[in-house]
Design a protein around this ligand. Sequence first.
Ligand code: ADP
Length: 253
Amino acid sequence: MSFIDFHQVSKRFGDNVVLDDLSFGVANGERVTLIGPSGSGKTTILRMLMTLTKPDSGTIAIDDEYLWHERRGDELVPAGEAHTRKVRSRVTMVFQQFNLFPNMKVLRNITEAPVHVLGTPKDEAEARARDLLEMVGLQSKADFYPSQLSGGQQQRVAIARALAVEPDILLLDEVTSALDPEIAAEVLDVLRDVAKTSDVTMLLVTHAMRFARDVSNRVLMFNEGKIIEDAPPEQMFNEPQHERTRGFLRSVL
Ligand code: ADP
């Protein structure tokens, strides 16, 4: 099995088939961009890894542990909540709308999960939070509330917060689409640094194709709940094989 393993995953909402018997794997340390038209199931993939959306059928595993199933002998049985929570704890996600805790200062936003979920001593969590704030260029904002920061600054805090739990898998869902282009560029710079300096496995959904080209080493093209093309960025962007991919890229580039 791959580090992240989707096997025959299907999901529908009413009559709308969002993922259709989808299988794919992602290796440890890979940085994968999901592209494709709106509604093609990209965000659903990320939400499944966060256990925010459950597949109707199929299995999803992270590092040989199933998210929704447990092994009993040779059989797979539905997983208990504690098992699912444990497997999912290796994954964090940054959302389009930042989603910081509005009533907590920046430093506390970053230390909250390490201290209260992982049990990291407060001093240690705060020292690491300050290092992360420095990495995202916001060391002077530790004692501000989110509402006192610009959108781009809030998103950089959200990235620091996601990295504070030392995840194995970082999910980025349209993290710059709520931001003006100039501000978005600051956030993309931070993510380029993350990609360069850490070996975290990244799955990102973005319409910023330059960024996708810079940070990812693999691009998956989604269409109607299936992956229709899977290639390194140079190939996907310079010589797409599928007519649907060519049409999509013409519409966004
Ligand atoms: P993408 O990220 O590629 O734009 P999504 O994964 O967000 O696509 O959505 C795929 C489809 O699933 C869309 O048609 C969307 O409207 C639908 N969908 C997603 N979540 C829900 C939900 N909770 N209830 C009903 N439909 C949903």
